[in-house]
Design a protein around this ligand. Structure first.
Ligand code: NCD
Length: 333
């Protein structure tokens, strides 16, 4: 099975740390490439050898189901060798720092490191210490670029375009890296973004992000094309942001009554994991006519194939020089 070769000169980035700073051309290029992989992923035995001989390491310091698995699958579909670092059984448990762990892995000459960390900015820091390409699999509440790309691919395939769509992002915006990456991507591609949440869950910088802010679901959802729900990220909350889950669901949980305000063909999205009965009603989440939640997961593999391919090939063109210092920096653990 073959695919048209990718011209690495058209995508100049070495890492994928965030959507902020990417141009509409960069984004469209990744989406177009990912689109080509969707059919391949649906076919039996759909595998390529584009990344044969290359190594991808998944370094996830935070829990993950979709992101880690789809990066693994994406890398394998392109023929790469994949290593999943299990933090709970690694030297991190013996007190090794993020940078020492990264340098150790770097000494084994991987081509791509996919990293997720609870601290905003940690993945960028890591990218400054290693020779390989780094993909941000989510850093704190900062960015989750591949999630925004897979969301965009899902929307583009369903609606045919991204520009001029009215997109509502609802729920725990404050703690959400998914929201931040989506805001950058949707604004860059000409969509209009609304944020809907209680005042306590809207970040202070919202005004500067080029979005409209609402605190009422029906008002915010009015005539929207896309309704993107977010999980309450209680693991990042240091205080009480809302009175009770029951009250939160009453005012901000997506059910059919609130959805009536959106366009009749509005698409329902959620990055997962979902908390049913908290931010979304089960019947709405499972509505096969309107919910694109399963499709988002499917698009995740295609988008990650595109990102892995583009960055690995760029790195190959660059031919990084590894020196002896790199070998010594990472002692065996
Ligand atoms: C998101 C994340 O980790 O930021 N999940 C994901 O990657 N699909 C959202 C979340 O955890 O709620």
């Amino acid at each position: 099975m073959s695919k048209t070769p990718f011209d690495s000169s058209v995508y100049p980035q070495r890492h994928l740390l965030g959507i902020e700073g990417l141009s509409p051309v960069d984004i469209a290029l990744l989406l177009d490439r990912a689109d080509e992989y969707v059919e391949l992923n649906r076919s039996v035995g759909g595998k390529l050898d584009t990344l044969t001989g290359r190594t991808v390491i998944n370094l996830f310091y935070e829990a993950s189901t979709r992101t880690r698995t789809s990066f693994e699958l994406a890398a394998k579909r392109l023929g790469a060798d994949v290593i999943n670092m299990s933090i709970s059984t690694s030297s991190v448990k013996k007190g090794e720092t993020l940078i020492d762990t990264a340098m150790t892995l770097n000494a084994m000459h991987p081509d791509v490191l996919v990293a997720r960390h609870a601290a905003s900015g940690a993945v960028k820091l890591l990218s400054e210490k290693v020779n390989c390409a780094v993909i941000n699999g989510g850093d704190g509440r900062h960015e989750h670029p591949t999630q925004a790309l897979l969301d965009a691919l899902t929307i583009r395939r369903r609606k045919g375009h991204l520009d001029n769509l009215q997109v509502a992002i609802c729920g725990d915006i404050l703690h959400s890296r998914v929201a931040r990456s989506n805001i950058h991507l949707l604004n860059t591609m000409g969509a209009r973004v609304r944020l809907i949440a209680p005042k306590t869950l809207i970040p202070a910088e919202a005004e500067r992000l080029g979005v409209e802010v609402f605190h009422d679901m029906k008002a915010g959802l009015k005539d929207c094309d896309i309704v993107m729900m977010l999980r309450l990220q209680t693991e990042r909350m240091q205080s009480n942001f809302f009175p009770t889950m029951r009250e939160y669901y009453h005012f901000f949980g997506l059910d059919y009554a609130k959805l009536e305000a959106a366009k009749p063909d509005a698409l329902i999205m959620h990055p997962g994991p979902m908390n049913r009965g908290v931010e979304i009603a089960s019947d709405v989440a499972d509505d096969i006519g309107r919910s694109a939640i399963r499709e988002q997961v499917e698009m995740g593999v295609a988008v990650r194939m595109a990102c892995l391919e583009v960055l690995s090939l760029n790195l190959a063109a660059e031919q990084p020089a590894y020196d002896d210092d790199d070998e010594e920096a990472g002692g065996a653990a």
